[in-house]
Design a protein around this ligand. Structure first.
Ligand code: TYM
Length: 351
């Protein structure tokens, strides 16, 4: 069975972008894969060190996973800091990767841009190296994420490839590698080349106030996003106030070009109903937003409110969530340690 890994940071409100770009895909992938889903609490320290509500933030991401339908018995749900092997492998990857690779990341440039080096943590620069370790410490092959993580996953492949090449003869001697083909080249590899799973009608959900900006946890305007904990009235208000243009919806996807707000709302509708944009336009083409928006409100409330209710219920008694994380952490640790034993052996550490 393919091994799926993904992570979500416990920083601020989960929103519709996190749900459609990531969590909804996590749920769908459970059927045919072995899945590991992680609350990446160590990553949360990179942009801001001290969090007053860290424990509950971690629990609320785990609650969102469970409330959305992830089965923590069949699969693994845990928080990153519970498995120290992530940090151990990240250190090794810090020595594999080059500073230039990290400095080129657009997310790093967005977050660090305009600040001087005294104000930016070393962790923020090394962020993608820990992310590569998260995935590769399980030798996972498939990673469902939103479009904004694409570049980080390319870097994960670069790190895996450099490790495989640099330690090629050691991997052969240790007898732990497998033959894979990278491009045309046959390689005896220890770490696999991960495949990003980014597709679908809403790989990048945009702000409801500006169709050219990503929906984000950090946008100052709460009207720009739908939070997973918003109630039905709030969802309705935010969709009714969402920016649009004055034209009717087109009847084909081509007609969405140059209309970012219309494209975003149609993409959201399609993703929430597991259909394509073309299907939605076949239904709503020629209709005004005054017709489409109420339909979108109904759909969004129908899909999201059971999740919101269940998240709130789970957060009422944290002992259940804490037990899920503890159990997941234990199972994850056993699997990660198996990889690390082999990695220490490949490098030549005495153990
Ligand atoms: P994070 O916590 O910022 O976001 C979690 C997931 O939500 C997706 N996402 C979006 N998708 C569509 N539209 C949007 N507007 C939108 N905003 C966020 C993100 O792409 C992500 O999939 N670096 C990761 C966390 C991470 C990770 C990993 C992911 C750490 N280690 C290993 C995969 C594998 C992040 O910052 O996610």
């Amino acid at each position: 069975k393919p091994l799926v890994f993904s992570g979500v940071q416990p920083t601020g409100n989960l929103h519709l972008g996190n749900y459609l770009g990531a969590i909804r895909k996590f749920v769908a992938l459970q059927e045919d894969n072995d899945c590991i889903y992680c609350v990446v609490d160590l990553h949360a320290l990179t942009a801001q060190l001290v969090h007053e509500d860290m424990r509950n933030q971690i629990r609320s991401i785990a609650a969102a996973f469970i409330a959305s339908g992830i089965d923590p018995k069949k699969h693994i749900v845990f928080n990153q800091s519970a498995v120290p092997q992530h940090s151990e492998l990240a250190w090794i990857f810090n020595c594999v990767a080059r500073i230039g690779w990290m400095e080129r990341m657009t997310q790093f440039k967005d977050k660090a841009g305009g600040k001087n080096a005294e104000q930016v943590s070393l962790g923020l620069l090394a962020y993608p190296s820990l992310m590569a370790a998260d995935i590769l410490v399980y030798r996972a092959t498939h990673v469902p994420v939103g479009d904004d993580q694409k570049q980080h996953l390319e870097l994960t492949r670069d790190i895996a490839q450099k490790f495989n090449i640099d330690f090629g003869s050691h991997i052969r001697k240790a007898g732990t590698g497998v033959d894979i083909v990278v491009g045309e080249e046959p390689v005896h590899a220890y770490f696999p080349m991960v495949e990003p799973l980014i597709g679908g009608p809403a790989p990048r959900v945009m702000s409801l106030r500006d169709g050219t900006k990503k929906m984000s946890k950090s946008d100052a305007s709460d009207l720009s996003r739908i939070n997973l904990l918003d109630d039905a009235d709030t969802i309705s208000k935010k969709i009714r106030k969402a920016k649009t243009d004055p034209d009717a919806l087109p009847s084909e996807a081509e007609g969405l070009k140059g209309r970012p707000e219309a494209e975003n709302l149609v993409g959201i509708y399609a993703a929430l109903s597991d259909k394509s944009k073309a299907d939605i336009l076949a239904e709503f083409g020629g209709q005004q937003f005054s017709v489409f928006k109420p339909a979108l409100v109904d759909l969004a409330v129908n899909v999201l409110s059971p999740i919101t209710d269940e998240m709130r219920r789970l957060m009422d008694d944290t002992s259940h969530i804490d037990a899920i994380l503890r159990d997941g952490g234990e199972r994850a640790r056993a699997r990660a340690e198996k990889t690390m034993k082999e990695v220490r052996d490949i490098i030549g550490f005495v153990q």
